[in-house]
Design a protein around this ligand. Structure first.
Ligand code: AMP
Length: 177
């Protein structure tokens, strides 16, 4: 039997658009912007992910769609939101982590004066793929003395093993695909 939550999530799933060969050949891009633009769907996503925030002191959103979902989750959960940004965009930086991409590397930065040592953080992004981005974010938070109590995403590309890259951090994905 389908619960009301299942039908809400099925509605969210129906708003995600697959875009073949974006941003490059062979990549099936999951465009979640129609989910963000839909009031009911955004509420579903924020409410479902907020249910995993538990005793976290802060939600951390990963650039850029993680900012949007993360801020909505933080409002529902009653926490603040910290944006982890791509290198060079923050005026004051508390720390940085560089990680490997398929071709080359990327660097993420944590804003100064956002994380106090001992803070419990819940990390949010739109899509969990290989887990490299999320793992770098969790490492950055650990560098700052935070405890990452969980990671939440709207979509998980399960075949890419991102969940294993984050172990033992609990992963909560609303829509495994
Ligand atoms: P990864 O580090 O491989 O887990 O990639 C996760 C990051 O890349 C997230 O910030 C996503 O927004 C983005 N991403 C990776 N794969 C996709 C995809 N197929 N569709 C949309 N976004 C993706």
């Amino acid at each position: 039997m389908t619960s009301p939550d299942d039908s809400s999530l099925m509605r969210v799933a129906g708003l995600v658009v697959d875009v073949p060969d974006h941003p490059g050949p062979g990549i099936l891009f999951k465009d979640i912007t129609p989910v963000l633009a839909d009031a009911e769907a955004l509420t579903t996503v924020a409410t479902e992910l907020a249910s995993y925030v538990g005793h976290a002191d802060v939600v951390v959103g990963i650039e850029a769609r993680g900012f949007l979902i993360g801020a909505a989750v933080a409002l529902v959960a009653g926490t603040g939101i910290v944006p982890v940004r791509k290198a060079g965009r923050l005026p004051r930086v508390a720390g940085a982590r560089t990680y490997d991409l398929e071709y080359g590397t990327a660097t993420l930065e944590l804003p100064a004066d956002t994380i106090v040592p001992g803070a419990r953080a819940f990390v949010v992004d739109d899509v969990l793929a290989t887990g490299g981005t999320a793992a770098a974010t969790c490492a950055l938070l650990a560098d700052a003395g935070a405890e990452v109590i969980g990671f939440g995403a709207l979509l998980e590309l399960t075949a890419l093993g991102g969940r294993d890259a984050l172990a033992p951090i609990p992963v909560h994905a609303l829509l495994p695909v």
